[in-house]
Ligand binder design. Structure first.
Ligand code: AMP
Length: 216
């Protein structure tokens, strides 16, 4: 199955993608991770992307589509796309690459985004996501999974977060109507935190993926 995670920064796309990929045996492609990898390797794409990411802007459609195409070639089986598409143009490019079964749209308030991204910690090595108060690592500064070093992303500062939200509203939110019109959009309330005892958000995601699995 092929799934898109759609939602504002901090909506939980990466966090739930990582959980769902384990349960359903899917490959998780995060275009943000592809870009951060390109930046750390100082490739041409990485150098071009760095400034834009730090300003909370999107990188050019063609560049990110090329990176995605390269990655998809390596993968067999189901995929969770996290952070792609982010524009209508990217959705159109994606139509030429693969078929999408469902788009999970993670609904969050601006207040939730600021609270979450304000305390987000990311593993330098495996990309696992923690939060200073909501999902604290067992040992401060160290990833529970791989013992990698945790860091605060450079685009997780308040000013950049506000610009990323603006970018989402202007360039990515139109995808909600785009996929709604194709009748594959499922809205998920993602204001609850991942460690909420009701794990309602996770249940809602699993309901959608179970239905797809049963119809395959
Ligand atoms: P993310 O890790 O998904 O929050 O992405 C971090 C940043 O990478 C975004 O704020 C954008 O600057 C850039 N980025 C990631 N995916 C895309 C995409 N599909 N199109 C354009 N820019 C992207």
């Amino acid at each position: 199955m092929k799934i898109i995670m759609l939602g504002a920064p901090g909506a939980g796309k990466g966090t739930y993608a990582k959980k769902l990929k384990e349960i359903y045996g899917l490959s998780h492609i995060s275009t943000g991770d592809l870009l951060r990898d390109a930046i750390s390797k100082e490739t041409n794409e990485g150098l071009e992307a760095k400034k834009l990411i730090e300003q909370g802007e999107l990188v050019p459609d063609e560049m990110i589509a090329e990176l995605l195409k390269e990655k998809i070639k390596e993968i067999e089986g189901g995929i969770i796309l996290d952070g792609f598409p982010r524009t209508i143009k990217q959705a159109e490019i994606l139509n030429g690459i693969t078929n999408i079964h469902s788009v999970l749209k993670f609904d969050v308030t601006e207040e939730t985004v600021l609270r979450r991204l304000g305390g987000r910690l990311t593993c330098k090595n495996c990309g696992e996501i923690f939060h200073k108060t909501n999902i604290p690592p067992k040992e401060e500064g160290i990833c529970d999974k791989c013992q990698g070093e945790l860091f605060i992303r450079e685009d997780d500062t308040k000013e950049t977060i506000l610009n990323r939200l603006k970018t989402y509203r202007e360039q990515t939110a139109p995808l909600e109507d785009y996929y709604n019109n194709l009748e594959i959009l499922k809205a998920i309330d993602s204001n609850l935190d991942i460690n909420d005892p009701e794990i309602q958000t996770m249940n809602e995601c699993q309901k959608v993926l179970d239905e797809i699995k049963n119809n395959m």
